[in-house]
Ligand binder design. Structure first.
Ligand code: EPU
Length: 430
């Protein structure tokens, strides 16, 4: 069993480089299916979700060539099938972007419903509604979603999203990029990765306007051409390091970021007594004094991101006073709370609301990463806690954080990835 073992209570100091954004990469890589020519994509994060997407692209027949650790070249002219095997798709949420890309390019897609973190019910009805509005016939049968454009090509159409969905916004953009005519997508999500996908597609010849606002207009073009594109830095990875400094104390310069994307996180940490200075494409995050309570509610961008909810909860556990944390996106994103309680946290959850009574300090414990961001939160808590924290199920963390052990070690954290035999684990877990 591989675990992270953290000896906590050491302030962090130094500089950390943020990698490319996971949730942009997992849409931009499948978007290469729409392109006639070679796409060179830079600043690709080296994480397991990207490896899985590239594996699926290879299985479809794409030529995938790693130029270096963060640059990949994709040539999809050799793609010869439009069906994604269940075994590959079920491991990753973002496999749904293959429906929009395959349908947009080839007029058909057979993709199993997506996997990914268990955050409660995760429907994709809005994606399918968008494809249907564009003329696709959709059937869900035998564990697969079958989508076909009867005329071989989708038709642009007005689409109104009933819920603000990141995935549906990006998937409909993918499907509409090569459709006949104009698609007007209303009540669209506005996350930075939506703008990044639009910028990628536009740089390959698409005609997309309004990404980053709640109305996106996509005028279908006949074809997209190859080119180079660099993915934006990961807002959530940067936010996670910000909360790590807030929790453990110290002073860290976080490089290769877009400060604007972090305003929602910066605002909350500043309210809690963390000092944050912007310096070009870096932020200097400093925490020496006590943390004070605050309330946080997760919302679509530019609100506080749900993908930072468990990490900010770790910081709130250490603050003076009682904080109210409200989850505004997912039904079930508090599964990690029992793990925090093992570290001495005082948290009561009622539906989407968590009441967190600050305890000043946490104590190390054996805990489990029950999903990607919950795993990151366990690391944040472990860095601040007195004593040893052993984190199980770290494959979740590896889905979205590049070299997290190496990056934190460089900041002075005592964190190691250890292979612990089952028997020793039982003994140490008591
Ligand atoms: N929803 C529907 N119908 C749909 C789509 C969504 O009802 O067709 C609901 C969901 O149930 C949820 C809300 O709308 O309550 C928002 O879901 P959204 O579609 O925005 O989420 P997603 O696209 O499935 C992406 C990220 C998540 C992140 C959310 C919200 C990827 C691969 N995943 O998921 O990231 O939490 O947006 O920002 O981009 C993570 O990185 O840890 C992660 C879970």
């Amino acid at each position: 069993m591989t675990k992270y073992v953290i000896s906590g209570g050491k302030p962090l100091h130094g500089e950390v480089e943020i990698s490319g954004a996971k949730n942009a990469a997992v849409a931009i890589l499948p978007a290469a299916l729409l392109v006639d020519g070679v796409c060179r994509i830079e600043n690709v994060p080296n994480i397991s979700d990207v490896t899985l997407i590239l594996g699926i692209m290879k299985d479809l027949g794409a030529h995938v060539r790693m130029i270096n650790r963060t640059t990949v070249e994709l040539d999809c002219s050799t793609v010869h099938k439009q069906n994604v095997p269940y075994e590959l798709a079920r491991q990753i949420r973002a496999s749904y972007y293959l429906i929009g890309s395959l349908l947009g390019r080839f007029g058909r897609a057979e993709v199993p419903p997506p996997g990914g973190c268990d955050l409660g019910v995760r429907p994709i009805d809005q994606h399918l509604k968008g494809f249907s509005a564009m003329g696709a016939e959709i059937q869900v049968e035998n564990g697969f979603i079958y989508a076909v454009a009867p005329k071989g090509r989708l038709q642009g159409a007005p689409v109104y999203l009933d819920v603000v969905s990141v995935g549906a916004t990006m998937n409909i953009m993918l499907a509409a990029a090569l459709a006949d005519g104009l698609t007007i997508l209303e009540n669209a999500a506005k996350e930075p990765h939506i703008v990044d996908l639009a910028n990628f597609l536009n740089s390959m010849g698409a005609d997309i306007m309004g990404a980053g606002t709640d109305v996106i207009k996509i005028r279908g073009v006949k074809k997209l051409h190859g080119g180079s594109y660099s993915i934006i830095p990961d807002q959530i990875e940067a936010g996670t390091y910000m909360t790590a400094v807030a929790a453990a104390g110290g002073e860290v310069r976080i490089n290769n970021i877009i400060p604007k994307h972090l305003d929602c996180i910066t605002a909350k940490l500043v309210e809690m007594g963390v000092e944050i200075e912007e310096d070009g494409d870096s932020l200097v995050v400093r925490r020496h004094g006590k943390l004070t309570r605050t309330n946080v509610k997760t919302m679509p961008y530019p609100g506080f991101p749900t993908d930072m909810q468990p990490q900010i909860a770790a910081v709130l556990c250490l603050a003076e006073g009682t904080s109210i944390l409200t989850e505004g996106i997912w039904d079930n994103r508090y599964r990690y709370v029992d793990e925090f309680r093992r570290m001495g946290a005082k948290i009561q959850v009622d539906g989407k609301v968590a009441v967190i009574e600050g305890v000043g300090h946490l104590t190390g414990a054996p805990v489990c990463a029950c999903d990607l961001r919950a795993g990151a939160a366990m690391i944040v808590a472990g860095l601040a806690a007195n004593g040893i924290t052993e984190i199980d199920q770290i494959h979740y963390v590896e889905r979205g954080y590049e070299n997290i052990v190496e990056k934190l070690s460089k900041l002075g954290a005592d964190i190691q990835e250890k292979n612990i035999p089952e028997e020793d684990w039982r003994t140490s877990a008591g």
